[in-house]
Design a protein around this ligand. Structure first.
Ligand SMILES: Cc1cc2nc3c(=O)[nH]c(=O)nc-3n(C[C@H](O)[C@H](O)[C@H](O)COP(=O)(O)OP(=O)(O)OC[C@H]3O[C@@H](n4cnc5c(N)ncnc54)[C@H](O)[C@@H]3O)c2cc1C
Length: 418
């Protein structure tokens, strides 16, 4: 179908006037039934479909996407990738993902432009210093790289950073994960779609799930969609900001709140930002895209909403924070801003696993920070769906933890989870 990408195949296209390109994945029509239906064609759903086909031999899989693949949070995020989370369970999950990122372009034969340029988290208060140093020690115990930098070392790593001691929140140091970085968000969706489609998975766009049909025993029978009923033995919901409404179709109430989260980009400039910088205290995170735009993320709005737009005050605050950290950027013009809807759990950790409904699985609650987990999340979710029981890395992230109280509280641990 799409063919194998190699230096030679690209050269052939170039010398052939680029006339031989074919569609990168099949535009499938829905079949009557599947072994597994994945609801949501974001990175997580597409990755799960790919690993179901590749590692578990489950090829009768459909990914149903109400819009276009990657049009949800996957295509709207600021693409920060890191794994230096505090708790053992989180570090295991996110580092599983980071290891997969490191070989992903080769694995799916698609350039996802993974760029481990380093993610630096700034400490501005004594509390920040203590928290980050605690993270560094905990991360090292878990074999996750994270190191402490003095203000001068932080500036050497990121020259435009201001370390002036008279600023409102002076930089007291930074935690640096060198293996962290960014990837190209669209390419992740497209690459997984292409690789899954090659293994027989049907990628079905413009197909919204409107209901979940259950049998007399309560088990799932299939999904109602805008393109008719599709039978399925198993359903995996990976619908990010719409999880609560999709799960409600099977009468499952989720411990989630949905918020708009915004990002914006500046006009493109020559390379000025060699790494990713995050600041929880002044609350902004920033990197530079390959096109040259500075990519800036803000915090969530303070009210729940399903609108994919947010309040001006959130982006205004993020821009103020960036100007505080990087005074040289203060004359840059901003070009575009947008938002996604993020599902947030009470402990700011995701939910991956089985549900009280037989045959129904859920992968949700990634809040403001799930892009970094995409390959790992898809990998453990596929395992969970195929075997009907949680992958060991996913097991602590069960829906049940909100009943038992075994929370993984990254909210208290990190304050911000991008
Ligand atoms: C502005 C912003 C910045 C962010 N920055 C970062 C960051 O720097 N690093 C990081 O790690 N994370 C970040 N995130 C979070 C990250 O984007 C998400 O956690 C992650 O992309 C979620 O991926 P997903 O595949 O689960 O969801 P999505 O990509 O949202 O996919 C879910 C899909 O489900 C579809 N869907 C919903 N309802 C239905 C239905 N009824 N039927 C069919 N399809 C349906 C949607 O259309 C959507 O395409 C950010 C998010 C935003 C909004």
């Amino acid at each position: 179908m799409a063919g194998h990408f190699s230096a030679l195949s690209l050269l052939r296209q170039a010398t052939g006037g680029h006339r031989r390109w074919t569609a990168q994945w099949r535009d499938a029509a829905p079949a009557a039934d599947y072994d597994v239906v994945i609801v949501g064609g974001g990175g997580h759903g597409l990755a799960a479909a790919y690993y179901l086909a590749k590692e578990h031999g489950v090829h009768r899989v459909a990914v149903l996407e109400k819009g276009w693949i990657g049009g949800g949070n996957t295509g709207r995020n600021t693409t920060i990738i890191r794994s230096n989370y505090l708790w053992d369970e989180s570090a295991a999950l996110y580092d599983h993902a980071l290891k997969l990122w490191e070989g992903l372009s080769r694995e799916i034969n698609y350039n996802v432009m993974f760029s481990p340029r380093g993610v630096m988290m700034l400490a501005h208060t004594q509390h920040d210093v203590q928290v980050f140093q605690r993270h560094i020690h905990a991360n090292r115990q878990n074999g996750v790289d994270n190191e402490w930098l003095t203000p001068r070392e932080a500036q050497r790593f990121c020259p435009p950073l201001s370390i002036a001691s008279d600023s409102r929140y002076p930089v007291l140091g930074a935690a640096l994960q060198r293996r962290g970085g960014t990837a190209r968000h669209d390419a992740v969706a497209w690459g997984y779609a292409r690789a899954a489609s090659e293994r027989g998975v049907d990628i079905i766009q413009n197909c919204a799930v409107t209901g979940i049909r259950r049998g007399p025993d309560g088990a799932v029978q299939g999904v109602e969609t805008t393109r008719g009923f599709i039978a399925a033995r198993k359903i995996g919901v990976s619908a990010a900001g719409a999880t609560s409404t999709v799960m409600q179709m099977a009468a499952v109430r989720m411990p989630l709140e949905s918020y708009p989260l915004q990002a914006l980009v500046s006009e493109p400039v020559k390379p000025v930002m060699p790494c990713v910088v995050m600041s929880n205290t002044v609350h902004a995170y920033i990197s530079q895209s390959d096109k040259g735009e500075l990519v800036i993320g803000s915090g969530t709005d303070q009210y729940v909403s399903y609108s994919q737009r947010g309040g001006l005050q959130a982006v205004a605050h993020a821009v103020e924070a960036v100007c505080e950290l990087f005074p040289t950027f203060s004359r840059l013009r901003m070009m575009r801003s947008w938002a996604g809807t993020v599902d947030v759990t009470p402990d700011r950790s995701p939910i991956i696993g089985t549900t009280p409904v037989p045959g129904l699985f859920v992968n949700a609650g990634w809040g403001t920070g799930g892009f970094k987990a995409t390959p790992g999340s898809g990998h453990v979710f596929a395992w969970t769906i195929a075997r009907g029981t949680p992958h060991p890395i996913a097991a602590p992230f069960s829906l049940d933890r909100f009943r038992t109280g075994r929370l993984i509280d990254e909210a208290a641990a990190a304050a911000v989870a991008h």
